[in-house]
Design a protein. Structure first.
Length: 162
């Protein structure tokens, strides 16, 4: 994916935004956030420099990769995520080989004022009733389909035929 931009927080470094004193502690906090959300990146490493977070490692799927990037990017104070994650064709092991994603990458969408998951589903899928697909695609970052906020970045998986 490369370098992705997020809303961040004007004038605040990540360490100030989450109340920590140094970038190493911030990286530890972000790594714990990935764990708390149930996202696993094998051999993953998170580093922080100013408002830019870099993540390396191996994801079990394209969706897992995208979720990791969004969890990091939707953290207050993060303006950029440098995604250096590879997607594995099999569970990470000594014999696993990097592979191209099996599903096309999702579109990343920044929520605007007045947006709802139904409105976004209508825009991308042509059917407002497909809002639950967006909700499921963004779990565990989203806890409730009615609670999204402007500036938040969501995954919009490629439209499946219905």
């Amino acid at each position: 994916m490369g370098l992705l931009d997020f809303a961040g927080s004007v004038g605040a470094s990540l360490s100030k935004a989450i109340g920590l004193g140094d970038d190493d502690a911030s990286a530890k906090e972000l790594t714990q956030s990935l764990r708390d959300h149930g996202v696993t990146i094998e051999k993953g490493m998170v580093t922080v420099k100013g408002d830019t977070v870099t993540i390396t490692g191996q994801a079990s799927s394209q969706a897992e990769r995208e979720k990791a990037v969004l969890i990091l990017g939707n953290t207050k104070g993060v303006a950029h995520v440098d995604d250096r994650i590879t997607v594995m064709s099999t569970p990470a092991s000594a014999t696993a080989q990097p592979a191209a994603p099996s599903a096309p990458p999702s579109t990343l969408y920044t929520v605007k004022s007045g947006d709802t998951l139904s409105k976004i589903a209508k825009q991308f899928y042509g059917d407002a009733n497909r809002y639950n697909e967006l909700f499921e695609a963004n779990k565990p970052m989203l806890k409730d389909p009615d609670q999204i906020y402007p500036g938040q970045v969501l995954r919009i998986p490629a439209a499946a035929k219905h």
